[in-house]
Write a new protein. Structure first.
Length: 156
């Protein structure tokens, strides 16, 4: 019985460590994408912490159904969409790490801040090219987000 209680406590703690998306009319949607590299999206929460989303960005080396199934079972998708609060500036980002032989060879994290508007949809695109990371945000129709700017990996 004690083992079950300990396991249940760990599960509850793990659920609390992910970003908890708000709902309602005062929200916007953000879809994270990448240039076919893995990454973990994160959003600042009400406690001032960058929290990982439940799903991560997947990389697919070539089109095959088996990769899609494996990525799905690992909690990875080509795009990750979350609801975010509106009205105040919000910090969000993506972190990436490349591992070989059990060690982290390369990692980067990119964050940006902008003020989402209720009912709007935004796309945050993470890029990695020759070990240089970047991030950008556009409106759903590809337009610029005027107040968006790159920031440090921390909540204000």
């Amino acid at each position: 019985m004690h083992r079950f209680a300990a396991l249940a406590s760990l599960c509850l703690l793990a659920a609390c460590s992910h970003y908890q998306a708000p709902y309602g009319s005062d929200t916007a949607e953000v879809t994270f994408t990448s240039n076919n590299v893995t990454g973990q999206p994160a959003v600042c929460d009400g406690q001032g912490k960058l929290r990982d989303t439940r799903r991560a960005l997947a990389a697919v080396p070539f089109e095959a159904g088996v990769f899609h199934e494996i990525n799905q079972s690992l909690g990875k998708d080509d795009a990750v969409t979350v609801s975010v609060p509106t009205g105040d500036a919000l910090t969000l980002g993506v972190r990436h790490g490349k591992r070989t032989r059990g060690t982290t060879d390369f990692r980067c994290r990119e964050a940006l801040r902008f003020t989402p508007r209720p009912g709007e949809h935004y796309q945050v695109h993470f890029m990695l090219d020759s070990n240089v990371c970047g991030i950008g945000v556009t409106t759903a129709d590809g337009g610029p987000v005027d107040d968006a700017r790159r920031v440090d990996w921390s909540c204000p």
